[in-house]
Write a protein that binds this ligand. Structure first.
Ligand SMILES: Cc1cc2nc3c(=O)[nH]c(=O)nc-3n(C[C@H](O)[C@H](O)[C@H](O)COP(=O)(O)OP(=O)(O)OC[C@H]3O[C@@H](n4cnc5c(N)ncnc54)[C@H](O)[C@@H]3O)c2cc1C
Length: 298
């Protein structure tokens, strides 16, 4: 007798109506209809294949570049942090899963006497987010070091792709549609690990001097226009300290918006729009958000 093939069992964790405030650095937003935390990449493939073909998906790293609206996310959030979590180094090549934090990559590279990864130390995200955003700082940029990436599509099919299959720019990356990163192979330079560790300390100290560390923010809200700085434009409009509800333009760095008093996502989005309009009216420059705004209005 023939029996139907068994659906493989899911080994990850499915959470229904999961509040998203705790998963983003602004600490705002509503709930996800469901969130999946896969056991590993094979398990993720089985889960994705089980979803309806049009299911809205949100891939979430550390939520350090996301504004999730107060109405939450009416679909499935995929959470890789701490789940796809392996990192291995062979010579000057580093294979990193998408759920590994950027800070860990910087530290492990320095420990293995590799240089060029120090810029990742102060980026409070995962490598999945860094690949999606081409995260960068102090002259370093994620995709400058990518050899290849591993991706997964909606049906759970896995792909290995070379860096040249992607169009990469300042905080922008585009490539094959409906595929998300599960891992990447990077190349860094062999060198002096203790100099790399010292570099990390210096970069972190420079951040603490210029950025409102410890405050609930999303880092830079706007990308820098060509040959200018968003922070300079915002400051010259006198917007430092400008507030809507619980959201305020940082006094320390004008391109940061802080949730300093129970802000809603709507307070933050209204402040973003106000800053954009004021800079356009007074300086004639249209600021573009670096932050990704997702979800439903409450
Ligand atoms: C204090 C502070 C300082 C910051 N400084 C910097 C800086 O110096 N330079 C800089 O570039 N950024 C900076 N950022 C912004 C942010 O840390 C980076 O953009 C980071 O790369 C986002 O990673 P994440 O894991 O938090 O991604 P998330 O915010 O969770 O997601 C960001 C985007 O990436 C997508 N994404 C996440 N994981 C995947 C995946 N596996 N596959 C495909 N898409 C995915 C999400 O869907 C979303 O569109 C800063 C943020 C803060 C709060």
């Amino acid at each position: 007798m023939m029996t139907a093939p068994k659906q493989p069992m899911l080994r990850g964790e499915l959470r229904l109506n999961e509040p998203l405030k705790r998963y983003n650095t602004w600490r705002v937003g509503g709930s996800a209809r469901q969130m999946y935390l896969p056991a590993d990449a094979d398990d993720l493939a089985v889960f994705l294949d089980s979803l309806p073909p049009q299911e809205p998906l949100l891939w979430l790293g550390l939520g350090s570049n996301l504004l999730i609206r107060d109405g939450g996310f009416p679909g499935t959030v995929i959470m890789l942090l701490g789940r796809l979590n392996s990192l291995s180094i062979e010579g000057d090549e580093v294979r990193v899963d998408a759920g590994v934090s950027c800070a860990k990559v910087a530290r492990e590279c320095a420990r293995a006497n590799l240089t060029g990864a120090a810029f990742l130390a102060g980026i409070p995200g995962t490598m999945g987010g860094a690949l999606a955003m081409n995260a960068g700082a102090f002259g370093g940029e994620t995709w400058r070091h990518v050899i290849s990436v591993e991706t997964i599509d909606r049906k759970g099919n896995r792909h290995k792709r070379n860096a040249d299959e992607y169009q990469v720019g300042y905080r922008s990356v585009s490539g094959p549609a409906d595929e998300w990163f599960t891992a990447a192979i990077f190349q860094f330079e062999q060198g002096d690990g203790s100099a790399a560790s010292a570099g990390i300390k210096q970069l972190l100290a420079r951040r603490a001097e210029t950025q409102p560390m410890g405050a609930a923010s999303c880092g830079s809200v706007f990308t820098n226009p060509e040959n200018d700085h968003a922070a300079r434009l915002i400051e010259s409009c006198g917007l430092k300290g400008y507030r809507i509800g619980g959201a305020v333009v940082s006094e320390k760095h004008a391109n940061f918006i802080i949730n300093d008093n129970n802000a809603s996502a709507n307070d933050i989005e209204s402040l973003i729009k106000y800053v954009q309009q004021t800079v356009l009216d007074q300086q004639g420059v249209e600021l573009t958000t670096e932050v990704q705004i997702v979800g439903a209005v409450a």
